[in-house]
Ligand binder design. Structure first.
Ligand code: ATP
Ligand code: MG
Length: 409
């Protein structure tokens, strides 16, 4: 079966000029492709009516579904309605039900021109249907095109999102919900993950896959390309076997969610001592709702004085081995475990850079300490990247250390 084609256009000079990150495209692309659409093209266009009209004319002549976000507001740079009107050669008409909806907003303005501006949002392409706002005031709309449907949604993600879910459930549901399995993987580079997954999947035709990497975290997405649910499960199993303990989740959950879930299941409490990550590990754990059932707390001990006063790292250890050392990492972990009364504590201390490196302790060297009821251990990693990447990767390694200890891996 050939899937209906779709395209996505995000509008706004703030996107094309690099002032805001376009997150809508990704969310919409995922929603459409998991609904069974084949997304052929995505584009961002600045606030230029003629250019947008050209793009919309081309895409709406080809694709069964064209989704546009942004440029639906009341101000002069909101040109999406006008461009769509030119592209489809349909006039814009003021919809009485939308005027009604927008009237409270016009009353906030004393200037008559400002009121007129607000009412621009009441303009619908001839023959279009309204998608009422769930949050915010900007309405969306959809209208028939030569190849299918053109859908205009507001730009702010919180306003776009509820309309997108209505779109894929009621307005233009795709032919089938293509299934996805998302495997979270830690401790491997993107290329390593790619190579191993390719080998594991060679015996699984009908399953496509893509690797999404961010610092410290790699996600392997398996997509049903005609194989069906059971084949997808078998493929996920094959990748899990090939990558072993590096796979921390098979349901799309984050590394921190995996740590919290497994610690709660086993009734284990967690504590942290953070130097170079400055609380990043604690932030990721406490991002997870319900983490209070396992995470007791963390100590951000950045200076040597704080490591001594708050965690009990001995001045002798600090003087002899330095803050970035196996000995300090172990004493930090042991100190946090005692101070917090946790079953397991992990410590992170390293050289995040850009300065502060030396020949025997280069930028990127990070020591991790682990304290449990059976004693303390430590290990180091040479982490590549700039300061931000070193900190994020170090935080992921700390979370993975907790995970492995909790699971006994
Ligand atoms: P408004 O009524 O707010 O003007 P709008 O539909 O005209 O709504 P825009 O003016 O294009 O939307 O965008 C408003 C804000 O929404 C932007 O400044 C930006 O922060 C956010 N936004 C717009 N498009 C995107 C996008 N593709 N991805 C992420 N955020 C976006
Ligand atoms: Mg706007």
């Amino acid at each position: 079966m050939t899937r209906p084609t779709a395209s996505i256009v995000t509008v706004g000079s703030e996107l094309t000029e690099g002032l805001r990150l376009d997150t809508n495209t990704r969310e919409i692309a995922f929603a459409l492709s998991t609904s069974g659409y084949h997304v052929l093209e995505t584009a961002s266009v600045g606030d230029h009516t003629e250019i947008l009209a050209d793009v919309l004319a081309r895409l709406s002549a080809r694709d069964a579904l064209v989704v546009v976000t942004g440029g639906l507001g009341p101000t002069h740079d909101d040109i999406t309605r006008e461009a769509a009107s030119q592209a489809l050669r349909r006039p814009l008409l003021r919809a009485p039900e939308l005027v009604e909806l927008l009237l409270p907003a016009t009353r906030r303005h004393s200037d008559e021109r400002a009121m007129e501006q607000v009412l621009r949002q009441a303009e619908l392409l001839e023959g279009a249907d309204v998608i009422l706002p769930v949050t915010g005031t900007a309405p969306g709309q959809f209208v028939a095109t030569p190849a299918g449907l053109l859908v205009l949604l507001p730009g702010p993600p919180a306003e776009m999102r509820p309309m997108l879910s209505r779109l894929v459930t009621d307005i233009a549901p795709g032919p089938s919900r293509a299934s996805v399995r998302e495997l979270g993987c830690v401790g491997l580079t993107e290329s390593d993950a790619q190579v191993r997954a390719t080998a594991a999947l060679s015996a699984h035709p009908g399953v496509a896959f893509t690797v999404l990497a961010s610092p410290g975290d790699v996600h392997i997405l398996l997509l049903d390309d005609g194989a069906g649910e059971r084949a997808l499960d078998a493929a996920a199993e094959a990748v899990t076997v090939a990558l072993g303990a590096r796979i921390y989740s098979t349901d799309g959950s984050t590394l921190a969610e995996a740590v919290v879930r497994s610690a709660i299941e086993r009734g284990i409490t967690l504590g942290l001592a953070e130097s170079c990550t400055g609380g990043l590990v604690a932030a990721r754990l406490t991002d997870v709702p319900g983490s209070s059932a396992t995470f007791l707390g963390g100590v951000v001990a950045y200076s040597n004085g704080a490591k001594f006063a708050l965690l009990g790292v001995s001045t002798e250890t600090l003087a002899r081995h330095g803050a970035v050392s196996a000995e300090t990492a172990e004493e930090m972990a042991a100190g946090a475990r005692t101070a917090l009364g946790a079953d397991i504590a992990v410590a992170v201390t390293g050289v995040a850079g850009p300065s502060g490196g030396s020949p025997d302790k280069p930028v990127g060297l990070v020591w991790f300490g682990l304290a449990t009821a059976s004693g303390t251990t430590s290990f180091s990693r040479g982490i590549p990247g700039d300061r931000a990447a070193v900190r994020i990767r170090a935080a992921s390694t700390a979370l993975d250390t907790l995970r492995r200890e909790v699971l006994g891996l």
